[in-house]
Write a protein that binds this ligand. Structure first.
Ligand code: WQD
Length: 354
């Protein structure tokens, strides 16, 4: 606290320019997570805004940081938010001031570029933004004594594991720069724990979809379910990339997890960080069961009532036949389980569009 007060005074005297804030100031109050105020980076994004809202509605003061390159400020109206590019030249002092000003006690870090194909074409930007941004954030946290960190990692860190269920003990072998930045991001958090006592946990997201609230729906068309909805809206055939995989119906199998369940996993992770003795720092977040592309298409037909035809295309490079999470660790250690099935995922996403 002493360091924080001195630092804040220095900032005030040096008139460091406050990054532009929007939204009301959060009240300091006890919440389900105790006296904790949380900074959510990428909090104006599809997943980040669900995390910010679920924390805020549970009584935890939340501040959002987002550069609005992908995020929408409409998703976080009512929350104090700062427009800041974490990998920018002046990000560290601006973050330090933000952490002190809002008495932040924990950070949930989701801000990152996340398109696999784009990362292959422009790896330098992915390493610079994703890893540079995280390095600045961890530096600011170290300098201001903020010691709780939940990192948004990804199943992409596994690469193409040839197993029925992927457990956290599977050796990560990412096959693209995006997945590499997620694995390295986990290492960065683990190094900070060893170097200066950061309490940290990484959540490896499987395939996230659905909408907890219509105004927080996934508006990007980067993943299967929103891509199919957009195709139907445009009156074109949804595409299936490959039906010759070694799977029951020949199409790829993935573990689709509802974004609300994923947001709740972040609350569980923050609570887990309150435990002094923690055995693990990496957790899969999925349902533990898989759905094929063709099964997703069938459910979309049932939900929308549109009996559409699909265009069957060759395989897409880099697609493993099956990627389904072993979720026994998070179930047991954090007592977290997904509550929604593929039906609720697709129904909530469809309702959010109509
Ligand atoms: C799912 C399946 C496609 C579009 C990505 C990221 C991963 C994570 C989840 C962030 C694949 C098939 C898709 C289409 C199709 N994101 N497909 N027709 O590739 O499993 O994983 O999102 O952490 O890191 O890599 O998700 O939605 O792109 O594809 O047949 O029009 O749907 O081939 O088998 P993916 P996806």
């Amino acid at each position: 606290t002493f360091i924080r007060v001195i630092t804040l005074l220095l900032f005030t005297c040096c008139q460091v320019e406050m990054p532009n804030l929007w939204g009301p100031q959060p009240p300091q109050s006890a919440s389900i997570l105790g006296f904790m105020s949380v900074l959510v980076t990428g909090g104006a994004g599809y997943i980040g805004s669900h995390v910010a809202r679920i924390l805020s509605q549970a009584g935890t003061p939340v501040v959002v940081v987002d550069d609005l390159s992908q995020g929408l400020d409409s998703r976080v109206s009512g929350l104090p938010s700062v427009n800041l590019e974490l990998s920018g030249a002046h990000a560290v002092p601006a973050l330090e001031q933000l952490l002190i000003e809002h008495k932040i006690t924990a950070v949930v870090h989701l801000a990152a570029l996340k398109q696999v194909g784009e990362s292959v074409k422009n790896p330098e930007e992915y390493f610079s933004k994703n890893l540079g941004g995280q390095a600045n954030l961890l530096t600011a946290m170290k300098n201001t004594g903020v010691k709780k960190f939940v990192f948004s990692s990804s199943a992409a860190s596994y690469g193409e594991p040839n197993v029925e269920l992927v457990s956290e003990n599977q050796t990560p072998e990412p096959i693209n720069p995006y997945g590499q930045t997620k694995l390295i991001g986990e290492w960065m958090a683990q190094n900070a724990q060893k170097a200066w006592g950061l309490s940290q946990v990484s959540l490896r997201y499987f395939n996230v979809a659905g909408a907890g609230w219509p105004d927080l729906a996934d508006t990007q068309k980067l993943n299967l379910i929103p891509i199919v909805f957009a195709a139907l809206k445009d009156g074109v055939k949804p595409k299936v990339f490959g039906t010759d995989y070694p799977t029951p119906d020949g199409s790829c199998v993935r573990d689709y997890v509802h974004v609300m369940d994923l947001a709740k996993a972040h609350v569980a992770a923050l609570d887990y960080l309150n435990q002094d003795q923690r055995e693990f720092s990496v957790f899969n977040v999925g349902t533990g069961s898989g759905s094929s592309v063709l099964e997703v298409m069938d459910q979309i037909k049932k939900t929308t009532g549109v009996d559409f035809e699909c265009e069957i295309l060759p395989r897409r490079a880099g697609d493993p036949p099956r990627l389904v999470a072993d979720v026994s660790r998070i179930n047991k250690v954090m007592n977290w389980k997904s509550e929604n099935t593929l039906v609720e995922i697709i129904e909530s996403a469809w309702q959010a569009l109509n």
